[in-house]
Design a protein around this ligand. Structure first.
Ligand code: BGC
Length: 406
């Protein structure tokens, strides 16, 4: 018998779910920019997404596993490249596909939180210059205007754009021709300012349209918010460091119905010669498969920071998790993260939900190596094998404060 770590009880009505993203699980997203990118010989990508884990066909089974474990919510994204594979050509079949997913979730007792853009765009959109090209916002809004049948099927929470700050960082890395190892050394590259501004404009335009068309829906966006910690005396430098990478995007959520916080680790910032510097993760620190420092309480820190900037906006944790092949470590990490989240709630911060990243081991933007999933997937047969963490977190979501597993 193994006694699993306990996790604290959460408020009534709390959203408990897992998150996924279409490109990472569906497979064969051939009209997308990422599919093209995966086959263009870029140094970012070591293997293509291929079939991913075939959730395009197997979403009913995936939802059954989630609800069967006790969860009440599912965050998934819809794929613009499938819905509008060529400019102005909208696929009724794909709109119906995602409408059926929303209905399928609700029928099972899962409330869908739907993301409208999770890193991927139609290839044609990116080829014409992406977010910074003239008319980009109008094209995004035109797509949103056409997906009413999906959202009207019963979506209460809508996330316009996932991690705009990371999209802007990726834009800047691509301009410099740098690789993803930029993420493992500690700290984050500076986002591309123009891309960031364009995404903020697109979010505000999207919010306006969605509010007019779907007055009952709660609209927000989800940000990559790591726990930025200042070395003693470097508080101003840490704030300066966080500003372009995180804070401006939090401020842009003013007026939203909620803000999505997505946290994996911390970043320690010091000051050298008057400038902020992210310290490298120490050599002896415990790291995850992605190379990030293992630091569960980062979640509470990031949530507190979002609430400091926007005290009146409810937080939803839209992603939090760990890439590990040791599921006991996943449970231990998640229990620690939830403790830090509960302590923020106890201090008066309004947090409306927690979505674990992620439901299934999946395509981690360039390779299948990092396993973040609550469920393992055989990529030849697509057989799903739940890990103990799925049942553990499901039980936590039902209010159990300690789980004993065989
Ligand atoms: C993204 C996910 C990604 C996860 C782990 C977030 O940046 O939204 O798509 O897989 O972090 O890297």
């Amino acid at each position: 018998m193994t006694v699993r770590p306990s996790a604290p009880a959460f408020p009534e009505g709390f959203l408990w779910g897992a998150s996924t993203a279409a490109h990472q699980i569906e497979g064969n997203n051939t009209a997308s920019d990422w599919w093209h990118f995966e086959h263009s010989g870029s140094g970012f990508v070591s293997e293509p997404s291929g079939d991913a884990v075939d959730s395009f066909h197997r979403w009913p089974e995936d939802m059954d596993l989630l609800v069967g474990a006790g969860f009440t919510d599912y965050r998934f994204s819809i794929e613009w490249a499938r819905i509008e594979p060529a400019p102005g050509e909208f696929s009724a079949a794909m709109i119906e596909h995602y409408r059926a997913m929303v209905q399928g979730a609700l029928r099972r007792g899962l409330r869908p939180l739907v993301t409208l853009h999770h890193f991927t765009a139609p290839l044609w959109f990116t080829a014409r210059g992406g977010w910074t090209a003239e008319g980009a916002t109008e094209l995004f809004v035109r797509y949103l205007d056409r997906i009413a049948p999906i959202l009207d099927a019963g979506v209460e929470h809508i996330c316009t754009i996932n991690e705009p700050n990371m999209v802007a960082i990726m834009a800047s890395l691509r301009k410099q021709g740098a690789g993803t190892d930029a993420f493992t050394t500690g700290g984050l590259p500076t986002p591309d300012l123009e891309t960031g501004e364009a995404l903020i404009r697109a979010h505000h335009a999207a919010r306006q349209l969605l509010r007019a068309k779907h007055p009952g829906a709660k609209i927000g966006w989800s940000l990559s918010l790591q726990d930025v910690q200042a070395e003693p005396g470097a508080e101003a430098a840490a704030a300066e460091y966080a500003r372009p990478r995180q804070t401006v995007f939090v401020e842009a959520a003013a007026g939203d119905d909620w803000i999505g916080v997505q946290t994996y680790t911390r970043i320690v910032v010091g000051e050298d010669d008057g400038a902020p510097v992210a310290r490298p993760v120490p050599d002896d620190a415990q790291r995850t498969i992605t190379g990030w420092e293992y630091y569960p309480p980062a979640l509470g820190g990031a949530v507190r920071e979002a609430a400091r900037v926007l005290p009146d906006t409810p937080v939803i944790v839209t992603e939090n998790g760990i890439a590990t092949s040791d599921d006991d470590e996943r449970i231990e990490y998640t229990a620690g993260a939830l403790q830090s989240l509960k302590s923020a709630i106890d201090d008066g911060i309004r947090v409306d939900g927690y979505f674990h990243w992620t439901l299934l081991d999946n395509y981690e933007w360039g390779h299948y190596g990092p396993t973040f999933g609550l469920i393992a997937v055989d990529r030849q047969t697509f057989v799903r094998t739940p890990k103990p963490s799925l049942a553990w977190l499901g039980a936590v979501s039902r209010g159990a404060d300690e789980i004993v597993a065989a």
